[in-house]
Design a protein around this ligand. Structure first.
Ligand code: ZN
Ligand code: ZN
Length: 545
């Protein structure tokens, strides 16, 4: 074996790395080294790739030392691999040093540095580096756009995409996948459709990652029909495609559709992974499919030999407690092999509040506030609950705790896209150019809603102010402002889609139900937990989320 040519060894190592068997690649290089074989730049390049993927910084440093010892430091390809390795290991300072010490940096090296900076969250520096490039290739744009998208700077990513097109640079399918992921995260339906147009123009719709991204965009923008159409049109699918579809159904509360897709997927010979199972379980939870949920949960261990993660347990707790089986939920939690986390307790707390079990809500709430004393979510949930049942002593207690511990409420924000422009609202926001029209319209609308039974949940307002001021505060909630803008700036009958960063508030949920009835509009609200589809005075979540 050792007689083999150097080149074929290098080929073998990179084949392992490219297949994702990085550890095998590294073992092989150790073996070569021990046997006294010569290590060339080809070996080292493959080793660096493996170290980056495994985040094996120590091994990476050894490779770096070997590069210097062998005098390869002028080799721009190896230097680029080093930049890539160091940034994947989250040591951006080392990556930066290598990059700026390389004498003849080419465009590929700079692209790697931009990707690395974004990977480590240094997007401002990445943009500066990009702006300073004397010439760019499509890869440079891709590095920046996908990097910004990964750092939740979707707006900026879109701006660079527009700029890219305006300077005449041709996008490739990597660009489009990144841009589609931005559209999905921001639920920018109109932009998503435009990018879909580009996908078709280039003939990229048959690439699996592109198809997956399209399904995701439509599902996350509240258009499950379009998501299904894209899915059906994909000539070949992978497990990610199916998982994306099932997740989409789940978020829309379409439990039986999700289960049907799950069965169909199995018939096609795909084996679900833990994410697929989570999506299916989630769908059961949000559709209240008790038996089906249990079946999926049990099949995880028995059929697929997958150890449930915290998310799977949380789904089960959610499923049981939503159905009002609170004692059974306690039983389930006690028997879990892992310590419950904040999300799990929060799901349980929300059900205890929904079923108005004061004692359980209090004890779970107290546990949560001890577990994560700085997180505002549990305080808000519990104080809202006390407010709604009129337990003002309870509200005051929670408020005091928050003050003592210096806990700040996370700012609520809601977005709406109108004609391709995204408008963002915070609570009580008066910064929008049309704010006067929005408030006037909402005030009149609330009057009409009251005549058919809407009652403002003023118990949710913790400030000690008069009743009418509480109502004004509720009216200024970001969800209502976004919907208000949607109502005054789109033709009657148009569907309204909004996105909120936190869970939708109880008063806004109630109000939106009434608005959907009185205005005859379909309103889709995506919040931190799911989709709410309001139509004719009802919501797809059954008023429990
Ligand atoms: Zn609200
Ligand atoms: Zn709902």
């Amino acid at each position: 074996m050792l007689q083999r040519k150097q080149f074929s060894w290098a080929k073998k190592i990179s084949a392992y790395v490219n297949e994702g068997q990085c550890q095998k690649g590294l073992t092989l290089i150790h073996y070569l080294q021990k046997s006294g074989a010569e290590i060339t730049e080809f070996h080292l390049s493959a080793v660096l790739k493996a170290c980056g993927r495994l985040q094996a910084i120590d091994e990476g440093k050894v490779a770096h030392a070997m590069i210097l010892k062998r005098g390869y430091h002028g080799d721009v390809v190896l230097m680029t691999s080093l930049v890539d390795m160091y940034s994947k290991c989250s040591t951006i300072d080392s990556a930066r040093r290598v990059y700026y010490d390389t004498p003849k940096r080419d465009v590929i090296a700079t692209n790697a540095m931009i990707t690395g900076l974004c990977l480590c969250g240094q997007t401002t520096e990445a943009i500066q580096l990009f702006d300073g490039m004397p010439s760019r290739v499509v890869g440079s744009w891709n590095s920046l756009i996908s990097g910004l998208a990964r750092n939740s700077h979707g707006g900026e990513a879109m701006q660079f995409f527009k700029k890219m097109r305006s300077v005449g640079e041709k996008e490739d399918f990597t660009t489009l996948v990144s841009v589609l992921s931005v559209c999905a995260d921001l639920a920018q339906l109109i932009n998503g459709r435009q990018v879909h147009g580009l996908v078709i123009k280039h003939g990229f719709e048959f690439y699996v990652p592109v198809g997956n991204a399209l399904v995701d965009v439509y599902a996350k923008s509240g258009c499950m029909d379009d998501a299904c159409r894209c899915f059906d049109n994909m000539p070949s699918k992978n497990i990610v495609s199916w998982t994306t579809l099932i997740m989409g159904y789940g978020k829309h509360g379409l439990g039986s559709e999700a289960l049907r897709a799950f069965d169909q997927m199995k018939l096609m010979g795909f084996v679900p992974n833990k994410i697929t199972l989570l999506g299916t379980l989630y769908a059961c939870t949000h559709a209240g499919l008790m038996q089906e949920g249990w079946d999926i949960f049990n099949s995880m261990v028995h059929t697929y030999s997958i150890t449930p993660m915290m998310e799977h347990y949380t789904c089960m707790v959610d499923l049981l407690s939503r159905a009002g089986r609170l004692e059974e939920t306690c039983w389930f939690i006690e028997r879990m092999p892992v310590e419950p986390d904040v999300r799990l307790w929060t799901a349980f707390l929300s059900s205890c509040c929904f079923h108005k079990n004061v004692d359980l809500a209090r004890s779970v709430g107290e546990k949560l506030m001890e577990l994560r004393p700085q997180e505002s979510g549990p305080y808000v949930l519990l104080s809202n609950f006390y407010g709604l049942i009129g337990d003002w002593e309870g509200v005051a207690q929670v408020r005091r705790l928050m003050l003592d511990r210096g806990v700040r409420k996370e700012k609520a924000c809601t977005w709406i896209e109108i004609n391709g422009v995204v408008h963002a609202f915070e609570s009580g926001d008066r910064s929008h150019p049309s704010y006067k029209e929005i408030y006037n319209y909402l005030e009149d609308l609330i009057k009409r809603m009251k005549s058919i039974g809407y009652v403002a949940k003023t118990g949710l307002v913790v400030q000690n102010v008069e009743e009418h001021v509480k109502e004004e505060i509720l009216l200024g909630h970001s969800e209502k402002l976004a919907i208000g803008l949607g109502l005054i700036s789109t033709p009657p009958g148009t569907k309204i889609v909004i996105i909120k960063n936190l869970r939708v508030c109880m008063d806004c949920h109630d109000a939106t139900r009434f608005i959907s009835e009185i205005e005859g509009r379909e309103i889709v609200a995506r919040d931190a937990s799911r989709f709410h589809q309001f139509k004719g005075g009802e919501c797809s979540c059954g008023n429990h989320w």
